[in-house]
Design a protein around this ligand. Structure first.
Ligand SMILES: Cc1cc2nc3c(=O)[nH]c(=O)nc-3n(C[C@H](O)[C@H](O)[C@H](O)COP(=O)(O)OP(=O)(O)OC[C@H]3O[C@@H](n4cnc5c(N)ncnc54)[C@H](O)[C@@H]3O)c2cc1C
Ligand code: FES
Length: 248
């Protein structure tokens, strides 16, 4: 497990409960799907490091986008530019990118790892449509950046003033025959519903769950994948959606 001491070079609130931090110097060569484990405090409270996806990386700087949901992310949200941070990683398998017309399906904070994927697909000059759903219009972050790099975008919210719905309701109205591959990240309920839609194209799901050790030892993050147990942290976090047996 590689430990790095980095500094917060930039911090920005993207809405009332999501912030981004750019940290460095960090000499890694990450691929989409990979994540870092952030040490929240110098003390043992909270004990476990928190997994956060790599949302972008260039020139020895990493971008992470974090939603405040509980104690650990709240403590992280109080940190400011110039502060030191201990991070471990990168963890997770490197996703092999394919030059195939893709559809990216993001729900809520699931947009973070998919933004890094999109930036990499753009570098590969691969066409993709970015469908992004969130609860409220203010929850849709990085809209301009996503528009700039995507061949096509659809943004939708559950409580917007114009067209309302979810990322999955958007898919229902689309002709997906044009796409060869899909990538999705969002709440487990979204991934379950997406699986139940039985789309013809292969979909790769970025899974997020509670991690214990975060490095393959505790089996706390095991999921049933094509009938065998796989660890989200070590074997994933990206798996083919149709092979995942979701538990409740
Ligand atoms: C591989 C991976 C990548 C991730 N990438 C990101 C990212 O880029 N940005 C981001 O904001 N978050 C990401 N997460 C989720 C993030 O790790 C958790 O939100 C964070 O650990 C919560 O810590 P906490 O101490 O604030 O919350 P806790 O106090 O531990 O929990 C507070 C509440 O949040 C819920 N919760 C906690 N963790 C999760 C989770 N993983 N999934 C669903 N609900 C949860 C709990 O049910 C609880 O109600 C990722 C998780 C994984 C496994
Ligand atoms: S979190 Fe321990 S094995 Fe994945």
């Amino acid at each position: 497990m590689i430990k790095h001491k980095v500094y917060i070079l930039n911090k920005k609130w993207l809405n009332s409960d999501v912030f981004s931090i750019e940290c460095g110097p960090l000499k890694i060569n990450p691929a989409p799907g990979q994540f870092l484990q952030i040490q929240v405090n110098n003390s043992f409270d909270p004990l476990l490091n928190r997994p956060i996806s790599i949302a972008d990386y260039s020139k020895n700087k990493v971008l992470m986008i974090i939603k405040v949901v509980g104690r650990g992310t709240k403590i992280l949200s109080a940190k400011n530019k110039g502060e030191e941070l201990i991070v471990f990683g990168p963890f997770g398998r490197r996703l092999k990118l394919r030059r195939k017309k893709s559809i990216i399906i993001a729900g809520g904070i699931g947009v973070a790892p998919l933004y890094f994927l999109a930036r990499n697909l753009k570098k590969l000059r691969t066409d993709f449509t970015f469908v992004y759903g969130a609860k409220r219009p203010e929850d849709l972050i990085l809209k301009q950046e996503i528009k700039k790099i995507s061949s096509d975008t659809v943004f939708i919210t559950e409580s917007g003033s114009k067209k309302t719905g979810t990322a999955l309701s958007v898919l229902n109205g689309m002709d997906l025959n044009d796409y060869e591959i899909g990538y999705a990240c969002g709440p487990k309920a979204m991934l379950k519903e997406l699986k139940a839609m039985n789309l013809k194209l292969p979909i790769y799901a970025f899974c997020e769950d509670f991690l214990g050790c975060g490095c393959g030892l505790c089996l706390g993050c095991a999921i049933n994948y094509y009938g065998t147990y796989k660890r989200i942290c070590e074997d994933g976090p990206v798996f083919e959606l149709k092979g995942i047996e979701f538990n409740d």
